[in-house]
Design a protein around this ligand. Sequence first.
Ligand code: FAD
Length: 567
Amino acid sequence: MSYRAPVQDYEFLFRNVVGFDLVAGTERFDEASPDMVSAILTEAGKMCEEVMAPLQRNGDLHPARLENGVLRTSPGFADGWTAIAEGGWIGMSGNPEYGGMGLPMTLTTSVNEMMSAACLSLQLAPLMSQGQIEALDHHASDAIKELYLPKLISGEWAGTMNLTEPQAGSDVGALSSKAERNSDGTYAVAGQKIFISWGDNDFAENVCHLVLARLPDGAPGTKGISLFLVPKRIPDENGNAGVANSLKVVSLEHKMGLHGSPTCVMQYDGATGWLVGNEHGGMAAMFTMMNNARLGVGGQGVGAAEGAYQHALAYAMERKQGKTPSGTIIDHADVRRMLTTMKADLFAARAIMLACAVAIDMQTATGDAEWGARAALLTPIAKAFGTDVGIEIAQTGVQVHGGMGFIEETGAAQYYRDVRVTAIYEGTNGIQAMDLVARKMMDGGDAAARLLDEIEAHAEDARGAFPEMAEAVWQATESLREATEWLVSQSDMNDRFAGAVPYLRAFARVLGGHYHLAAALADRGGAREKLARYYISRLLPEHAGLLIQAQAGSADLYALNADELSA
Ligand SMILES: Cc1cc2nc3c(=O)[nH]c(=O)nc-3n(C[C@H](O)[C@H](O)[C@H](O)COP(=O)(O)OP(=O)(O)OC[C@H]3O[C@@H](n4cnc5c(N)ncnc54)[C@H](O)[C@@H]3O)c2cc1C
């Protein structure tokens, strides 16, 4: 499918909205000049347009398959992987000591979004490797880093993450995979994992699995879990992929979408593994990978939204139906409503995603705990709002196509089917919202309050230029502040959890208003000001209804008993 990389949109956001100049101003990232950023985005965009976008339909029509235990990927995916690897796009933010480019996460996040828009099912493969690279860099021994990181960064080897088991999905602590200590310092890992993305492929020499399992003396629950690196082929004395390890792909799932990405049931039969991090400290190590993947999955939603939007817009500009000035459906008011809403939400979700990446970069560059808290606060919002918006925009894209949206040949339906899972994996969006109102509010709401202070100060500054828009953003922020204070004052966590999803969305709505206002200030009288006006007058008001739900408590959710629910 055709795709145009939105390079100028990123450049505008970097320059005017998300404060990338702060990142480029640090010693750590001082090479990220505007020219360098532009060159990287342009080069990555070209690869996405020319190599990855043409593969999108292949993955859907010719899913990955298992033939006599050998995994065969969709036609062209091996070449796509080679192009991604050779372009250096896997290890963009990887440690330069091991061959990475050491670039800011803000850039990696933008490139990942473009790759997701071009071919979501293939992009999931480098995303898994990137998370593993970061987890190993932070938690593995030097020997493991020296052996594995150069190969993962170059794309010779690929990475996966193995958490889920049939009885242990959202509740990771319920896992039953086991590990035993071997006499040579390695471990024997046994158990079954399900839903493992890219659990195997036919393009990398080795596939390295990060597997959560419990040692015999591991406590029940998440506290007793350890993390192991379990390669498909055990490295020989020269560090090359050697003999086969005791693991296999048992079967592939038949899915609603994302057909090009093999989703595997994995069996480990005493497979040789190496400990990553401390014994029983696996969750801390895995969280490095999961946080990386959460922002990455939010970016998948944004990418799918961009692809679906471009697709719908192109159709609306060609489809003739009814009497309109241009003769095409783009001049019907309701089609305008759909397209403008798509564009405005796409901007908001992308800005939130990039602001989260900027906070991560600032934490990396400065070590400042406040930036760390900002990144932690924004991660569940970027994941859940990015993917919700991806699904909504892909769904609206089908609607813009009318009947042709329901017909597979147009490709509109594929965006919707492919992106749907992003709200489910990497922690469902419900779990993200609970993380926001519980773990991310353990500071009594301080990190949230600091962000709301900044938004209000910015709105104050904007009053002269745009009094109405500034007032709307300021008022919405005040309402969000009140709701935040209400939430943190609830001692019964279920009252917080009951309102978590609407609260997260209201938070995202306010952030979206803030970033749209910044865009309007940078483009007075231009298209970005017009889009900001649309968002702030039509979409931002949604926060009010959401915040009522956020503060409603849990009693009415339990008012109907199970019998009454099924009556
Ligand atoms: C295509 C695909 C690819 C995947 N890739 C990977 C992978 O590479 N590696 C991997 O390890 N896993 C992977 N997963 C698994 C994925 O992360 C899980 O499906 C997800 O975490 C949800 O777990 P579950 O399916 O068991 O659902 P459940 O945990 O059974 O959840 C069902 C519903 O209950 C809700 N729920 C559950 N617990 C709570 C709670 N405490 N409070 C409130 N609501 C709750 C959920 O939000 C959800 O709506 C993949 C899944 C799919 C479909």
